[in-house]
Design a protein around this ligand. Structure first.
Ligand SMILES: [Cu+2]
Length: 427
């Protein structure tokens, strides 16, 4: 775990050391902090400007800013990045400031923001600020509201954050390619009144998907629906951070969908209400209880609950193919097929041949078969009771008594109180 101070210190050194900021540019360009890792950075309080309660980006971090003449200045660098999708697999993506997604931008309603966007991609780009109310010329649609940002150039976006809420940023230039390559980031505009919609823990992530053939590193950018890696913040289970929560906390979980299909996000153990969309806060009178919230392509949702029930509560996309990692979808169903005779014959020719899938696919979760280079097992992850048989868009909300206020460290597995767990009937 790296503190924000260490983080900024190290990244400043890295940026200056690499000579990325010219002497002339340094006078006007704020530093572009960069990260080469996929670990959660526990939030720190804002060092200046209006006060707010920061969000926690799963497997990510928030961008530092510079205050100058009443403007909050951020610097995003669009560039090729390397992202670890989960242990055992890395992807060559495009992103911002060293990672995909880019750093979360946090600011406060009423802030004037100036965002410098430097293009270090091999082709032009722009950034669109999804859901933000702003002057038309700041909307970032290449060709429509501005010229594309050429390779090597920096453009400046300036606007006032007129309303608080849940937003995101992504290119509006060669969009299919650039989003398939991982270019996106989260924006949170906090309410001017810190007591409004106040929560104790506020988690954010973007829903994305990649199609990366086993043994390769770069996504297939022309894939429309048949992706093989279903990710949150470009991470697949078991690489996705747990959401660590203290019993009694008011919790908000915000997510946006930049894939090519909808995702019904389901959390166990609680009912909750959607309190915010990318259109704004949902009035109390318009909310209803849910345990699954569907998020369509290009939508954002935030739901809230009071963490009254300790435990390890699964949270996942309810499309069961989205809780699997790389797999072939054209494999025949083997359930019920009697292949005893044929297996013996094949074994004479190929001694390693195994019969699989005739009773279901659960054995895939246990078996440690050799995999091709740079891919993830279809079903993986181990819990206190054995294989979880999951992958992709799955993680655990860990609700625990007595955690510290800013403590997001993994508390381990839940210890079930006696008499509260399913048990085997022994006659
Ligand atoms: Cu899904």
């Amino acid at each position: 775990m790296v503190t924000r101070r260490q983080f900024i210190g190290r990244s400043t050194a890295a940026v200056l050391g690499a000579g990325l900021v010219s002497r002339a540019g340094a006078a006007t360009l704020p530093e572009a902090a960069t990260s080469d890792r996929a670990t959660l950075v526990a939030p720190g309080l804002p060092p200046n400007g209006r006060p707010y309660h920061p969000v926690v980006t799963l497997n990510g971090w928030s961008a530092p800013w510079r205050m100058r003449d009443g403007w909050k200045e951020f610097h995003l660098v669009a560039e090729p990045v390397t992202r670890e999708i989960s242990k055992g697999m890395v992807a060559h993506l495009w992103g911002y400031n060293g990672q995909s997604p880019g750093p979360t931008i946090e600011c406060v309603e009423g802030d004037k923001v100036r965002i410098f966007v430097t293009n270090r991609l091999p082709e032009h780009t722009t950034i669109h600020w999804h859901g933000i109310l702003l002057p038309n010329g700041m909307d970032g649609v290449g060709g429509l509201t501005q010229p594309q940002i050429p390779v090597g150039k920096t453009f400046v976006y300036e606007f006032e954050m007129k309303k608080s809420g849940t937003f995101m940023y992504h290119p509006h230039a060669d969009e299919m390619v650039q989003m398939a390559m991982g270019m996106m980031g989260f924006i949170v505009v906090h309410p001017r009144n810190p007591a409004f919609m106040r929560v104790d823990r506020d988690f954010v992530f973007l829903i994305n998907a990649y199609d990366i053939d086993p043994g390769s590193y770069t996504p297939r950018i022309n894939t429309m629906t048949d992706f093989n890696l279903w990710t949150w913040n470009s991470r697949a289970f078991p690489g996705i951070d747990s959401l660590v929560v203290r019993t009694g906390d008011r919790v908000r979980i915000r997510f946006g969908n930049l894939t090519m299909t909808n995702h019904p996000i389901h959390m166990h153990g609680y009912d909750f209400e959607v309190t915010c969309t990318d259109g704004g806060w949902v009035p109390k009178s318009a909310r209803w209880p849910e345990v699954t919230v569907d998020v369509a392509v290009g939508q954002m949702r935030a739901f809230e609950f009071d963490a009254a029930h300790p435990g390890d509560w699964a949270m996942h996309c309810h499309k069961s193919h989205h809780t699997m990692n790389a797999m072939g979808h054209a494999v025949p169903t083997m359930i019920g097929v009697d292949h005893r005779g044929i297996a013996q014959k094949i074994n004479r020719l190929i001694p390693e041949y195994m019969v699989m899938g005739d009773k279901g696919m659960a054995d895939m979760g246990e078996m440690e078969m050799p995999l091709p280079e740079n891919t993830l097992p279809m079903m993986t992850g181990t819990g206190p009771f054995g294989p979880l048989e999951m992958g992709g868009m799955f993680t655990v909300v860990k609700v625990r008594d007595g955690l510290g206020r800013g403590d997001y460290a993994d508390p381990g597995w839940y210890a079930h109180p006696e008499g509260t767990q399913a048990y085997e009937l022994r006659l």
